[in-house]
Every structure is written in C-alpha cells, then in structure tokens.
Write a protein that binds this ligand. Structure first.
Ligand code: ADE
Length: 244
C-alpha cells in the first residue's frame, strides 16, 4: 500500500488520469491511494491567485511559496515521519526503472507539480527532497510527469499487477530491452510467427529470446549495455553481432 499525494493546480487531471485501467483497479482494491490537493485552496488573496511576477523581471509568472507550503503542511500534518517530496522539473535527475523500484518502497510520497514559468526557489529549498525529470523535453506542467511516475511506481507495488501479469521479465530486466512477442494467428498477412516459438523446446526458446533482447538493446539502446547483467554467452553473442 502506498499513499500518493499530489500538490497541483489541476487535481481533476490527476484523478481522471489515474482512475482508469490497472491503476484505477489498484485504487479500488486499496493497493494505492491518490490524494490530489489543490494548491489554489491555500491561496491568500480573495481572487485565489497563486502566482506573481518574477523579481528581477522576465517573462511569465512564478508560483508563490506560501500556498504551496500550506498545501504541503496540510498533508504532512496528517502523516507519520517526513515523506519524500518529488518536484517534477526538466532540471531534475532523469527518471528510470531503478528509481521507480526505489520509490515503490515508500509508504507516502508527495509530488509537487509546477506551472507557469516556475516555482519560488525558497519553498523548493524548504520541502523538496528529489528533483525528477521524465526526459529531455519541456512540458507545460508537472501533472503528466507525476502521472507517469505514479504509473511506473504503482506497477512495482505488491498486488497491483496481479499474478497473471509478471513484472519480472520485462523491458529493463537485466537492463535489457524485451524480446518480440507474438500471439495467434500463426500467419498474419503472409508473415509467420518464428518457428522456434512453435517448437515447444523451452531451452531453445529461452536462448532465442535472450538473443533478441541483446540484438534490440544493441540496436536501439546501446547505452544500456554498460550496466546490463550479462553472462559469458551474452558477451560472446554481442561480440558476434558487432562483427556483422
Ligand atoms: N515539467 C516540465 N517538463 C518536465 C519534464 N520533462 N519532466 C518533469 N517535469 C517537467
């Protein structure tokens, strides 16, 4: 069970995004819980403003520290300990599967979604423990990145995937990309399923799948191979591929 708290100006976006499919079922079954907190509810002024002009000039508006701090306190006053606070920003450490697995071990996680041109630095210094980016591109706000992270973390929470969907052997297992998969029919528009998958020979199938994983990783993500968990025969196969 993990409690996700999201500090956001668009709580309905978070709730609607997580409420479907596997994460929706995980919420229903109580494996995960989502608490989207509207920062605007903690505004100080009568027009519910939460942003203002940047000191020193420049384009755009900056989110003010006080509403964010109060929204944060409204969460932490109700939980034990000091939960990690993740600020979604393209300036953060790039999210990956190992981080998803690490965060899945927490009981409470707080996400702070920025908007406009940024967030006042003082509140970030005060509450944020982890600066995380979901990739080298700029989005309009932190909600989609928060949902991406919540989805990836939820898959690693016990019970969420059920027994029929394994998260053991999948892409990034051993830091390799996954092998190709096929289902019926045996022939589709003249393209046949590889014979080896119909052979029933488990040893050969395993070997074939491992080789396909290695081929794909070398072709599409050679950077992953540096930290891949490879045995002697993997290394031999890769050097054969590189010679081709
Ligand atoms: N906010 C805007 N762009 C982002 C990104 N790439 N990752 C995380 N948060 C963001």
């Amino acid at each position: 069970m993990i409690n996700f708290h999201v500090l956001t100006l668009f709580p309905e976006m978070i709730m609607q995004g997580i409420n479907t499919s596997i994460t929706g079922r995980a919420m229903e079954k109580g494996y995960i819980n989502i608490n989207a907190v509207n920062i605007r509810d903690f505004s100080n002024d009568k027009h519910n403003h939460v942003d203002d002009y940047p000191y020193g000039g420049g384009a755009g508006m900056i989110m003010q520290p006080e509403p964010i701090y109060k929204a944060y306190k409204s969460i932490t006053d109700g939980v034990e300990g000091q939960p990690r606070v993740i600020y979604l920003t393209p300036q953060g450490k790039v999210f990956n599967q190992a981080m998803a697995e690490e965060f899945a071990g927490e009981k409470e996680l707080i996400f702070l979604c920025g908007h406009y041109e940024g967030v006042d630095e003082r509140v970030l210094e005060m509450i944020v423990t982890d600066y995380v980016s979901i990739g080298d591109f700029v989005l309009t706000g932190g909600e989609l990145p928060a949902m991406v992270m919540i989805d990836a973390i939820s898959r690693k929470v016990e019970g969420v995937l059920g027994n029929d969907i394994s998260s053991e052997i999948e892409t990034f297992y051993d830091n390799l990309l996954e092998y190709p998969q096929y289902t019926r029919p045996e022939e589709f528009m003249g393209m046949r399923v590889p014979d080896i998958l119909l052979s029933g020979h488990h040893g050969n199938i395993e070997k074939w799948r491992r080789e396909k994983s290695l081929e794909r990783t070398l072709k599409n993500r050679p950077d992953l191979l540096e930290n891949a968990n490879l045995d002697k025969s993997d290394i031999e196969y890769l050097s054969k591929l590189k010679k081709k």
